[in-house]
Design a protein around this ligand. Structure first.
Ligand code: HEM
Length: 402
């Protein structure tokens, strides 16, 4: 994502400096200009919101719409406007949003995710067997983080994992700040074609998976879903289901290795893990740039007048490092015991897959550090290829040794 500069020299998006911390400029904005205007890399402007309470207001108030078809909806990547012409439900408002989300909610409940845990554990074990059979250094992203999250969502949806190279490479184009609008359009067209073919296969031969269920229970003519609606819904699930979790596994591993005292505490007391995962989610807030909105009517926020049609970006990492809510936010403290973070968003769009993501992260970290106690990063952490400018922050590669 190329950076642009406003007349007062403010550029956006801002790069992270320390590999984990949000851009340091967020602290100044939060303290001095909690709602401030920036020019977007795709043209136009938007308000950046940096205080925890203001971020929650934006994400929970109907005044700030998620409807991506509204003219002027803020975009950060060149190809995003194309998706927003016919957006998936993450970029819709109630009641349309509610209509789609309701169809899926049962698949992502805590109870349902509990039944998936043994399968996730088996996947993690198998991938670590494969990794340990190789001689280090090994890329933890390619051999572990990405396949864990990809295999889990593929199994849930009923997407053949054998096709992973095809859809992962196209999904990558979709979230990368370096993609052009043309590359984005091609990748999206290919993904749509792929998903369309898969829907036909499920119509002919339904299986025991979510896509088959949606096809048999909800697709026209018997059901209420048009084919293109189902298609976008499934592409969103596939994409949201592997990109973010993979980034959290890789970056979370580095964060723990860089905080040996915290890692030792986790090893001593595995009961610390669920709270520890919450703290890693807060500390890394990888989906910082995802929560874009548009003002549906005139409003006041942080003392600033916002006009109907203005773009708004509720910065999740800025909220999760707000010292008014999280004292000493730059300290990774697995004992913090505070689950109020907004790493999964807030309000009606709060992450549908959060229970699944938590289960994957818990199992991945617990098993990785138990089975490879001598794990370490094979290159200086400052030299790792970070995904600056991507919609979800993370690592392109993570060479590890043991
Ligand atoms: C650690 C991993 C993850 C993070 C940090 C994350 C983060 C987020 C955030 C911040 C949102 C809100 C976006 C907004 O308000 O505009 C969101 C929504 C969503 N996420 Fe996740 N996510 C993760 C994993 C997953 C997984 C595993 C799935 C599984 C399919 C998933 C599916 C979704 C869906 C479908 C939505 C849209 C919900 C709606 O609009 O009602 N996510 N996620």
């Amino acid at each position: 994502m190329s950076q642009t500069t406003t007349s007062d020299n403010r550029s956006f998006p801002l790069p992270r400096r320390c590999p984990f911390a949000p851009p340091p400029e967020y602290d100044r904005l939060r303290a001095e200009e909690p709602v401030s205007k920036v020019r977007l890399p795709t043209g136009g402007t938007a308000w950046l919101v940096t205080r925890y309470e203001d971020v929650r207001t934006v994400l929970s108030s109907p005044v700030f719409s998620a409807d991506g078809t509204r003219p002027g909806f803020p975009t950060l990547l060149p190809g995003q406007a194309q998706v927003l012409r016919r957006p998936p439900f993450i970029r819709m408002d109630p009641p349309q949003h509610t209509f789609y989300r309701r169809m899926l909610i049962q698949e992502f409940t805590l109870k349902r995710v509990k039944t998936m845990r043994p399968g996730i554990q088996a996947t993690v074990d198998r991938l670590l067997d494969g990794m340990l059979a190789q001689s280090p250094p090994v890329d933890l992203v390619g051999e572990f983080a990405l396949p864990v999250s990809s295999l889990v969502i593929c199994q849930l949806l009923g997407v053949p994992y054998d096709d992973h190279e095809f859809f992962q490479s196209r999904s990558k184009v979709g979230v990368s700040g370096a993609s052009t609008a043309e590359q984005f359009a091609t990748a999206l067209g290919e993904l749509r074609g792929y998903m369309d073919g898969l829907i036909t296969r499920k119509q002919d031969e339904p299986g025991d998976d979510l896509l088959s269920k949606l096809v048999t229970e909800h697709l026209e003519p018997a059901g209420e879903l048009r084919r293109d609606e189902l298609l976008m819904m499934c592409l969103m699930l596939l994409n949201a289901g592997h990109e973010t979790t993979a980034n959290m596994i890789a970056l979370g591993t580095v964060a723990l290795l860089e905080h040996p005292g915290q890692l030792a505490a986790l090893r001593e007391n595995p009961g610390l893990l669920p709270g520890g995962v919450e703290e890693l989610l807060r500390y890394l807030s990888i989906a910082d740039l995802v929560t874009t909105r548009i003002a549906a009517e005139d409003a006041r926020l942080g003392g600033i007048r916002i006009h109907a049609g203005d773009g708004v970006i509720a910065l999740l990492a800025a909220a999760d490092w707000d010292p008014a809510v999280f004292p000493e936010p730059g300290r990774l403290d697995l004992h913090r015991g505070d689950r109020r973070h907004v790493a999964f968003g807030y309000g009606v769009h709060q992450c549908l897959g959060q229970n699944l993501a938590r289960a994957e992260l818990e199992i991945a970290f617990a098993t990785l550090f138990a089975r490879i106690p001598t794990l370490r990063v094979a290159v200086p952490v400052g030299e790792l290829p970070y995904k600056h400018g991507n919609l979800a922050y993370g690592l392109h590669e993570l060479p590890v040794t043991w």
